[in-house]
Design a binder for this molecule. Sequence first.
Ligand code: NCD
Ligand code: ZN
Length: 339
Amino acid sequence: MKTLTITRPDDFHLHVRNGAILKTVLPHTARQFARAMIMPNLKPPVITVTQALVYREEILQAIPDGVNFTPLMALYLTTATTIDDIQQAAQCEHIYAFKLYPAGATTNSDAGVADVTKIYPLFAALEKYDLPLLIHGEVTDENCDIFDREHVFIERHLIDIVKNFPCLRIVFEHVTTKEAVQFVESTSNKIAATITPQHLLFNRNVILAGGIKPHYYCLPILKREIHRKALVKAAISGNSKFFLGTDSAPHYTHLKENSCGCAGCYSAFGALELYIDAFESENALDKLEGFASFYGSDFYGLSRNVETIMLEKIDWQIPASYDDLIPLKAGEVLHWKMI
Ligand code: NCD
Ligand code: ZN
């Protein structure tokens, strides 16, 4: 029996929602990962420390008995956020970051920021308190082609943000293009990026060729093969600027299979195994542990996990559906399984 043992990983970009869906999805992440950065795009969004602490309690209630899992809370940045809010967050041991959603960029981003330059004083406060800024890096300009929105965001906004706030720690979330990889590689060590399993495994054909497949639709949208290759190269490079963030984003089946379907892939069911398949197909299993278990916690200044987990090389099938959610790669075979 072939096995692989690695330090327990962390997921630095995760949507667990609230209410019933939270109870369904959280156990999948909690089984595999020690910690996860919880995205705040609920309805209404998690804007204040008080809201985050209430949400954190709800998450703790959903962790199965006997499982050790720590939610790391992030707050949603809005034009109504104040310097005082940031100071309070910096003093709260459960808040680890602020998330910037350009208004209208993705699921529940209406409360996001329309003009990024308007919140430069907030970036200055984040820099001062050394709280990381997590960025959904896409422009929302209707005239900008959806496949160009990420690299245009770099040109229009990110370059200036980095120039103006050289000490601000930034995570360029769920990067999807070769331009984003190049940008992260070529800027200071204050800038890092998360990469999702779907962007390592698939290009845009999977959504559109041979029939439209809504369960592969997420934002930023899957790109051409050349971009997938650049992401894979970054993930397996051993460069500590790139680390694991699944962006698992569950939506009920009827909301995905809809004339205006929601964006988001539910990858938490077998998340680690999806990444392992991506690394193994590049003969890079030895690079998995750094990407999954070390670089993210190092970037956030957290201690590395000490516990280990074991995976076995065995074929298994992801279920066709799970509690009215369709997991990523539903019905397909993965080649490793966490024991
Ligand atoms: C996320 C969601 O559904 O909350 N959707 C997605 O396609 N990734 C939001 C996000 O991270 O963009
Ligand atoms: Zn997300």
